[in-house]
Design a protein around this ligand. Structure first.
Ligand code: ADQ
Length: 467
């Protein structure tokens, strides 16, 4: 069987009962399990000087190969270009985007270092699958070092509109780098269309009759493949004792009230302040219904070395404090604001106890929380998903209540509607959503991508044999 080599910025193998790994790590673990694959990336540790020394670890059939990075690499490549330049820009936050030359050179340096370290580990028949915006130039670096394997790339965040992307210095160079891959994947047709528009109208490229894009003297196959949950793992987790206990604990603490849930990394793209303001609006508009509900917002810290992330939690705390101060009564608090990280099985029980889930990012590649909430609901009495139209998930989850997260009225109305929705309608919507979540899972995503990559690898072998 072909070996799959997955490359991502961070490698994190699951720890039993450990805290949540984040969407990408969970997906990669699931993707690799059946391929006895190799997973290469940064260890998360820094060292005074880059040595390129690889640490190997095996777990559940997956071999993890990690390298440490220099502190300057971490600052310029990870905190800098990845998280202060590409992340905000690709999430339409040009106001937060830092354009600094040192970040760009750090990004190029780390991609070259990754390629240099990874190259000896790649065997001739391997399929190489590179993940996410941290590693866009990796294929070019590998090709320069003689790697001829089929190499695919998957972008887990949105692809921005052309008008935004051109604000990035050296944007052409970034897009040109993608043409050293054989396949480039996006979550949705919308992100793919934005990429195509750049290629056709900015780079002067063309679309070939078979759907490939041609520019910069190369061709690439773009595909739209939505990522899904590890549905089997999630279902097992939901049945675990920890999940049952956290469900019971949550149910008891509801005191017969209905729970509106939010679960997010603390990130400006997730629309947390806008969500709280919309909930406040609901409380203001419906004084008679206030005491029947409360909101649980679980938001854990990430990227705390990046300046823009440092004041998000204090702003959120101030806002929830203000709402609680204005509306709370001696036996009712409208917002429970929690920053403590939760293990995945604990979270599964909390999802199950929720009556409404608010997934209202201002821009999101996919959003797996929406899918986890649906997977956790019971068929007898399912909760209602309120979903931002700007999450990639909205392109699949059409039976959710789709909202514009920028409009407090729109979201407040959806909360009201969700809380009043008849059981029959809730069931009908949930059944359709649940079917999609279970069918279009992470295994389907992986298999579809690997198939496209295998298909491009075949003609390459024929060419090589003929040469
Ligand atoms: P993320 O931005 O991390 O991922 P998301 O898809 O929502 O976003 O995944 C979050 C994961 O982390 C989920 O599995 C969730 O359970 C967990 N998580 C989130 N908040 C948590 C909290 N407070 N406590 C515990 N666990 C929490 C990026 C993109 C997404 C895309 C994924 C996968 O930004 O758009 O869906 O990659 O491609």
């Amino acid at each position: 069987m072909t070996r799959l080599v997955v490359v991502s910025n961070r490698v994190s193998l699951p720890e039993p009962g450990g805290a949540s790994q984040g969407g990408l790590a969970v997906a990669i673990n699931a993707a690799l399990r059946q391929y006895s694959g190799l997973w290469f990336g940064w260890s998360g540790q820094s060292t005074p000087h880059f040595t390129g020394q690889i640490a190997m670890q095996r777990m559940d059939g997956v071999t993890a190969a990690t390298v440490d990075l220099e502190e300057q690499d971490v600052q310029e490549y990870y905190n800098g270009y990845a998280n202060r330049t590409l992340w905000p820009l690709f999430h339409y936050r040009i106001d937060l985007t830092a354009f600094e030359r040192s970040y760009g050179s750090g990004y190029a340096r780390v991609n070259a270092r990754f390629a240099e370290t990874l190259r000896p580990l790649i065997e001739p028949k391997d399929l190489v699958w590179v993940q996410d915006y941290h590693l866009i130039p990796l294929a070019r670096e590998l090709r320069e070092r003689g790697v001829k394997n089929a190499i695919g790339f998957f972008l887990h965040i949105p692809w921005p509109a052309r008008e935004l992307l051109v604000t990035l210095p050296r944007h052409r160079q970034l897009v040109e780098a993608l043409f050293h891959y054989d396949v480039v994947g996006f979550h949705t047709e919308e992100w793919l269309a934005a990429f195509r528009a750049y290629v056709l109208y900015e780079a002067g490229g063309e679309e070939l009759p078979d759907g490939r894009l041609s520019a910069f003297g190369r061709t690439v196959r773009p595909v739209a493949l939505p990522i899904g949950l590890d549905a089997t793992e999630f279902t097992e987790m939901l049945a675990s004792e920890t999940a049952q206990q956290s469900y019971q604990r949550m149910e008891e603490s509801k005191l017969g009230r209905r729970m509106v849930l939010g679960v997010d990394r603390l990130d400006y793209s997730k629309g947390l302040e806008e969500r709280l303001l919309a909930y406040e609006r609901f409380l203001t508009d419906h004084p008679d219904r206030r005491r029947d509900v409360f909101m649980l917002q679980i938001s854990t810290h990430t990227r705390s070395d990046v300046e823009e992330y440092q004041d998000i939690s204090s702003r959120l705390d101030a806002l929830s404090g203000r709402i609680n101060g204005a509306f709370a009564e001696m036996d009712w608090i409208p917002v429970r604001n929690v920053h403590r990280p939760h293990a995945r099985d604990e979270l599964a029980g909390i999802y199950r106890a929720a009556d409404v889930c608010l997934v209202t990012p201002l821009r999101d590649g996919m959003n797996l929380v929406a899918k986890e909430f649906i997977a956790a609901q019971s068929e007898e009495d399912p909760g209602v998903l309120i979903l931002s139209r700007f999450a990639g998930a909205a392109s699949q989850m059409k039976q959710a209540l789709i909202v514009n997260p920028f409009s407090q009225e729109d979201v407040a109305d959806a909360i009201s509607r969700a809380l009043r929705m008849e059981l029959s309608e809730r069931r009908e919507r949930w059944r359709a959503l649940h079917k999609g979540v279970m069918e279009d899972d992470v295994v389907a995503w992986r298999d579809a991508f690997v198939k496209v990559l295998q298909d491009v690898a075949k003609p390459r072998k024929v060419d090589n044999a003929a040469a």
